[in-house]
Design a protein around this ligand. Sequence first.
Ligand code: SAM
Length: 269
Amino acid sequence: MTESPTALTTAPPTTTGVRESCRSAESFVTSDKDALPPYDDACVPLTSYRRITNMTASDAERLFLKSRQRVKSYGEVFTPRPMVDQMLDLVSDDLEMGEEFVDKTFLEPAAGDGNFLVAILQRKLAAIEERFDPSIWSRESLFAIASVYAIELLEDNHRDAHDALLGEFVKFHESHGTRCGPRTDLFRAAAFIVRTNVVRGNTLTGRTPGGQEIEFSWWIRQPGDPEMTKREPFTLNSLRDPGAFDFTVYVSYEPCPIHHVHKKANADV
Ligand SMILES: C[S@@+](CC[C@H](N)C(=O)[O-])C[C@H]1O[C@@H](n2cnc3c(N)ncnc32)[C@H](O)[C@@H]1O
């Protein structure tokens, strides 16, 4: 059965949980959606610590002013890792301890530069390493990254969040001597999943900068073959409806090995 994404604040993997997750998620994002400045104004550089490199004093001054403006307009304050970990400890069962922890989904509604995404993936991968045979690490790591979803409003933060999540995946495999360069299926499948799961848009309206519905995909394991997954698209806004998950409205995809999701044509074309 399909379970709902756990947000940063809630654990219950039920349909009700989705709606509660969405509601509590909204406390993390800008509260007045009409007050948000237009996307184009938002694309000013350099507030994430990941992007802070050598800079001149005048650049630093400009950065400070931009940052102040972004804190005011978008609530752009990043959570320190110890606090991220304390929050994740509250959902440790879903994240790393319980049965089927790999597939328990998490939705970050205001991703920033990816602090929570990286921590979630790191902790899932550590649990995979501890509990599973190395022969299935690559498959399980793909299902793990497929369980992490995010939305971010600002273009630069969105790019950083995407890169940070994918970078964490690559780091895990390279630290174990597994090839995960840009030409490998392992990398390509992970990059495809991250592109699909980490979306630029407005969590409050459920829309992308172009005005389309924010669409996610569920990566459903196929019974009888642990390598196989089936991609089922749904919209963010459908999670707020009583029925939840408007799977049937969208194109469907044939099941395929998770290492090959980037190659899979959609079944309806
Ligand atoms: C307070 S930061 C938090 C970042 C990250 N969650 C963390 O704790 O490190 C808020 C982020 O939410 C984004 N944001 C604000 N309003 C949003 C909205 N309506 N939809 C999506 N993202 C939003 C901002 O651009 C910013 O990157």
